[in-house]
Ligand binder design. Sequence first.
Ligand code: 2IP
Ligand code: CA
Length: 382
Amino acid sequence: MKVGIANLLKLLVNTAEKGANVARIIRSDADLLNLLVEEKKGDSKNQRFVQDFKTLADVLVQEIVRHDLSEEIPDIKGSIYGEESNTFTNALGESITVEIQSTKQQTTDLLSQVLDGNVRAAELLAREAHESVVVDTGNGLEKLVGLEEDVEDLGVWIDPIDSTAQYIGGLQGTIEDCGIASEGLQCVVVIIGVYNKHTGLPLVGVTNQPFATYDALSERWIGESMWGVCVGDTRVNSLSKESINNPRDKPIILMSTSESEDVQNTFRKKSSIHYAAGAGYKLLCAIQGLADSYILSKSSTYKWDACGPHAILLSIGGGLISFKNLKDADLQGSETLVRDLQIRYHKADRPGASGADKWCNDGGVVAYTSSAMLKTIKEIIV
Ligand code: 2IP
Ligand code: CA
């Protein structure tokens, strides 16, 4: 069965917006937020955090995306992979599998089990899950007319809420002069990436920042959605021309505060380093031209963090490669060589590992916004 890329994109943009709505609803209700927080345990725990939280918000957003996609494209259901396990344990120790049901009432009943009988909260969330949400995808869709892919060739990675720690922290971050917030709700991103199961390359990426800007007048957070497509020779995205190509004397490089001293020192000499929370957010900052690159030497990002933003990077003429491969990469050769370097999403980097570790981007990542920028970054490390 074939699926039109324009239709798939619309579906992804709408379902990501629904996910962002759920993220906002939960954050705006303190009771709900407290009810929903559950500590991540065992293998699915990101080793970097002393306390890492899996929230129902994460699971719910993931299941909404899974449900919406499978409803329209039934054959894709078995190829949707998310960061979260959808089994949740309530206060009574009962294990419940969270899935969006056929009717709003059924979803309410299921969620109220997870929420220990809190029907009000369950109704609120079920209403959003079953709402029909349609957002404007903006310009560019006309360039996708006639573009189709076989559904059997597609796989989907979902990171329902990237920057969970910032989401739970709930602070309003300060936007620095460079336009980047180093922490806070602005760093939270709903991420969906579609890739080709044979090549492993990303094809379509959709991101939604539920808390992109705070409107003091209405006392509400306003979201921001972004998308990009790189299918064959077709490269289209939702970005305005001005945000792309922003040459600077000294590149701005985004890093995690957990980055090793060695790597920071190497780059400090010839670039301006900025720090921000969230792998997805750092990738989005590069995509928007607020930074030229995101560099991480550790294996602490995952396929679900990277697949969606990677598709958007490809659509602007950039890409995402493994940090460990950069030093020996041949960047003088053909475009095919650079394409061969791209991170892939169809196979585990650590097949023998268990839990989240299996799907890490082994050896770190280097996100770049143009081939010229990739060469500049390589020159800094060699
Ligand atoms: C995390 C989150 C972290 C990031 C880490 C991701 O995903 O984006 O913020 O670390 O790499 O895996 P850092 O902020 O240091 O870049 P999640 O929040 O979904 O666990
Ligand atoms: Ca993540």
